[in-house]
Design a protein around this ligand. Sequence first.
Ligand code: F3S
Length: 62
Amino acid sequence: MKVFVDATKCSGYGACAELAPNLFELDEWGYAAVIGDGVPSDEAAARRAAAACPELAITIEE
Ligand code: F3S
């Protein structure tokens, strides 16, 4: 599994970093980026984060 954030869709809601802090980091404006190579250690948390993003900015490649 690999996780991606579409920076053109992210509006800085921050739910991703709250639900999967090991996988997402927020920049100084609150926009998200994937930490490291985007391969989650906790796949369930990654799915919860993707589902929680109001902008559907997070995609998961199986
Ligand atoms: Fe952005 Fe969605 Fe996270 S809008 S900050 S990717 S919850």
